[in-house]
Every structure is written in structure tokens, then in C-alpha cells.
Design a protein around this ligand. Structure first.
Ligand SMILES: [Fe+2]
Length: 211
């Protein structure tokens, strides 16, 4: 990834995040193969648990951001409902996988549910990347996406900012976000302020210097 998270093309952000998800799915698939050979394989169960954390964390956050920020902009022109249903089916499977991992250590259903998640999420990602995102970009207009990102009114960028702030405020300084999270928030806020965007986020003009 890389680039400015605020001004970067929102679709490039979504595509890059899904690349990370596909990498996680490759690992989940090989763990499922291991569990098909030996349902009690502890390293494979640990791998499934670690990837489930990614799915419930970063990937779910991605999908919820799509629903909050992107889908409302295009719902009149594109069939977003089927993608929302896809998210919910996936979340249900993730809950099931979590329950199974908390159960008996040799349950063969861990492998089968893991495989179902791999297949379902891969299809979902392919449909969004190859069909929904290009159509959404077109629906928003040739300059629309760039304008949204550049003006700071990109809902994805705004959601991202709110997400960072919520985490930095909610988490104690010693946790995984820690100082890095707070520095990130400050840098994003400075970026927004430097470009006169804070006022627009709040719905009023920003004063960039003392009068
Ligand atoms: Fe999605």
C-alpha cells in the first residue's frame, strides 16, 4: 500500500485492502488443507484462528466502510444489495468458525467452514473488483472520484479519519495503536487543516491562520 490515505483514490485503497485479504485467504486455504489431512493439527488450527482475526478485523472494517460510505452513493444506479447480502453471509460463517474453534480440537467442520469462507470471499472480492468498483467509478463520473478524494469530501477518506480517531481515543497508549495511532491522527488532521478541509468536514469554513 502506501500513499496518502486521505487523498489517495478511494478505489485504489479498497483494491489494495482486498489484495491483503486475498493473501490471508491463501493462508487460510492451506490451513484448511492441513486440517483436512489431520483435523487435530494444532499449527493449522492456530493459523485458522489468526486469519479469522484478520477477517473479523481489517476485512470486516473494509466491508462495513463500503456499506457506510460507498454504497449509499451508488445504490440508485447499481445493485448493492447483493453485495451487502454477501457480507452478511460471510460474517455468519466467521461466527460459526469462531464457535467451532472454541469446541473440540479435532472437529472436521473447521476445515469445511474455512474452505467455504475462502471460496465465498474470493468470489465476492472478484465481483467487487472486476464489476462493482469499475461500475461505481463510472457511476460517480470521470472526475467524480478524484474530486471527492481531492476535496476531502470523499466518504471513504472521511470514514477512514473517523475510524483512526475512534481507535486512538478508545485505546490506551500502550496497546497496538499506541503512539503510532496518535501520530497518524495528528498527521491526518494536519493534512486536512493544511488543505482547508476540517471546516468542510464540520460543515463550516476552516480558518487556516489567525485573523
Ligand atoms: Fe464487499
Amino acid at each position: 500500500m502506501g500513499g496518502d490515505p486521505v487523498t489517495r483514490d478511494p478505489f485504489a485503497v479498497l483494491l489494495a485492502e482486498y489484495e491483503d485479504a486475498l493473501t490471508a485467504l491463501t493462508r487460510l486455504e492451506s490451513a484448511a488443507e492441513g486440517l483436512e489431512a489431520d483435523p487435530a493439527s494444532e499449527p493449522d488450527r492456530r493459523a485458522v484462528r489468526a486469519i479469522l482475526d484478520v477477517l473479523r478485523g481489517a476485512v470486516r472494517d473494509h466491508n462495513e466502510r463500503e456499506e457506510r460510505a460507498l454504497f449509499p452513493l451508488i445504490v440508485d444506479q447499481l445493485p448493492t444489495g447483493v453485495f451487502e447480502e454477501g457480507h452478511r453471509a460471510l460474517w455468519t460463517l466467521e461466527e460459526e468458525l469462531g464457535r467451532l474453534l472454541d469446541g473440540p480440537g479435532d472437529d472436521p467442520r473447521v476445515a469445511s467452514v474455512a474452505r467455504e469462507i475462502v471460496d465465498r470471499l474470493r468470489r465476492h472480492i472478484q465481483r467487487e473488483n472486476e464489476v462493482l468498483f469499475p461500475m461505481a467509478r463510472e457511476a460517480l463520473g470521470p472526475g467524480g472520484v478524484q474530486h471527492l478524494a481531492a476535496s476531502g469530501r470523499s466518504p471513504l477518506a472521511r470514514e477512514q479519519l473517523i475510524h483512526y480517531i475512534a481507535h486512538a481515543v478508545a485505546q490506551p497508549a500502550a496497546d497496538e495503536w499506541g503512539d503510532r495511532g496518535i501520530v497518524t491522527v495528528i498527521m491526518i488532521m494536519m493534512n486536512f487543516r493544511a488543505q482547508g478541509r476540517l471546516g468542510r468536514l464540520r460543515g463550516r469554513p476552516t480558518r487556516t491562520r489567525r485573523e
